[in-house]
Ligand binder design. Structure first.
Ligand code: TYD
Ligand code: MG
Length: 450
């Protein structure tokens, strides 16, 4: 019999290499190759009958729309696309201690009103879970608990009891007896997740999979797991903040990029129904370097404060730091500002912070970020009741973004009196209660606020 060959698998992209090397040839990351076994792939290729199969027409494959289960937490239902779908598998990622186990225990307790649920923990003892349930006030919910790390045992137990919902906390602690490598390695993660996915699809059990995030901010073996599951949810938070944002990075049953906002309290996570209220402090005073932006995350419009600080740095390379926003995009925007906004930022350190620990990836934040930088640079506040949105092009033009009217309507609702918007997003008819300044170029926006 041929000796079992080992392969080296990259823990960040999942590529396999026959030999170990310091750098992954596929994604270029360093020190990510781990020894694994090629056995599982060989087994599936050799096994099974490669003959004819029965097929189905598209019309007959549609099935009936099943009602979604409510997790009892409106914001979690929202990121899931309107509730939990049976037979779906969702990966929830986040830093340690951010509240993944707490949120799922609360959700499972609420789900028990409609279905049965099992919570499998590979990290905590059953007493610890019991103590937490008491703290959350859900100790009487009929949740089945299991402390186990062997995925075959979990699948067998879940199969026998046929629970509607299964939580596996966390995927990194699970191992499969089929694979010789240690728990937490890519081969194990892949095998355990594959078994759970198969189980979810065969039995219609909805599965939540908890995944830890590595220092680089990605779930270990992210690509490998992300394409296997139906939904990928990430926790985001500012260090020290009690607010948590959950973002759907992928969702086969709803809008991607949808966010849910929560507050961590001493009795568990509570949903925040009007998130704009936490990203804007109620007693804002006009201060240089602050601007309110209007962003659309998933299907919801949010008003968020952005702060900038421009500060003299006569020596050396000026620093450009963005928190909650993409670093490279900030550098690009500052270059546009210098060239087309007549603002000389060479020799200035520029720091940009999105308040409230939310990450903004939308280009609609370009204009407000530059206005905040301008305000800090000139040490002149932007009037408090002013909001802005708009994408900035490399030629210094202000480009339209989708859902302009909806954004302006949200600003009116929050009591803002003035909006700086792209010319193509100007409202068709004049709006009551808000002055809309439609600009075609960055210079126009800067002049309007000077
Ligand atoms: P946990 O759910 O254990 O995090 P994870 O599973 O993501 O690692 O969250 C634990 C943190 O939350 C811990 O620092 C204590 C805090 N916490 C509260 O503030 N209130 C609560 O009601 C509970 C249960 C935990
Ligand atoms: Mg946990």
């Amino acid at each position: 019999m041929a000796r079992e060959k080992s392969v080296f698998i990259c823990s960040s992209c999942g590529a396999a290499a026959p030999k170990w090397s310091g750098q992954c040839g596929d994604c270029g990351d360093w020190n990510t190759l781990q020894e694994g076994s090629s056995r599982t792939t060989i087994k599936t290729r050799a096994g099974g009958y490669a003959g004819e199969r029965t097929t189905q027409s598209l019309a007959s494959a549609q099935g009936s729309a099943k009602p979604r289960l409510s997790t009892g937490i409106g914001e979690l239902d929202r990121v899931l696309g309107g509730g939990l779908v049976s037979g779906s598998i969702s990966l929830i990622g986040g830093d340690p201690g951010i509240g993944k186990s707490t949120l799922l225990l609360q959700a499972v307790a609420a789900l028990c009103q409609h279905t049965t649920a099992m919570y499998v923990s590979g990290e905590e003892s059953l007493e610890q879970i019991g103590l937490r349930a008491r703290r959350l006030g859900v100790e009487n919910a009929p949740v089945t608990l299991l402390a186990e790390t062997c995925v075959e045992a979990i699948v067998a137990t879940a199969d026998k009891n046929r629970h509607g919902v299964l939580v596996v906390d966390s995927v990194q602690t699970m191992y499969s007896g089929e694979v010789p490598s240690a728990p937490g390695t890519v081969t194990q993660l892949r095998e355990c997740t594959a078994q759970l996915v198969r189980f979810a699809k065969q039995t219609g059990t909805a599965i939540f999979l908890v995944g830890h995030v590595t220092k680089e901010g990605v779930i270990a073996g992210p690509r490998v797991l992300e394409h296997m599951v139906d939904t990928v949810l990430y926790f985001e938070s500012d260090a020290g903040s009690r607010y948590r944002v959950i973002r759907a990075a992928k969702n086969r049953f709803g809008a991607a990029n949808e966010i849910g906002v929560f507050a961590m309290t001493d009795v568990g996570v509570k949903e925040v129904k009007n998130p704009s209220s936490i990203f804007l402090s109620s007693d804002r005073e006009a201060a240089p370097g602050s601007c309110v932006l209007i962003t659309r995350e998933g299907s919801r419009v949010l008003l968020v404060e952005v702060q900038a600080l421009a500060c003299d740095n006569p020596m050396g390379q000026p620093r450009r730091v963005a928190v909650g926003y993409e670093q490279n995009r900030l550098a690009m925007l500052l270059a546009v500002m210098q060239r087309h906004g007549n603002l000389s930022l060479a020799g200035q350190d520029v720091f940009v912070n999105i308040v409230g620990g939310i990450r903004i990836s939308e280009t609609a934040a370009d204009l407000p970020i530059l206005l905040a930088v301008m305000s800090s640079f000139r040490d002149k506040p932007i009037p408090v009741a002013t909001v802005a949105f708009g994408e900035i092009g490399l030629a210094g033009e202000v480009r339209p973004v989708p859902y302009g009217e909806e954004r302006i309507a949200a600003a009116v609702q929050q009591g803002f009196k003035r909006a700086v918007v792209p010319y193509a997003n100007r409202p068709k008819k004049p709006l009551k209660g808000i002055e809309v300044i439609a600009v075609k170029r960055l210079v126009g926006a800067i002049e309007a606020l000077s």
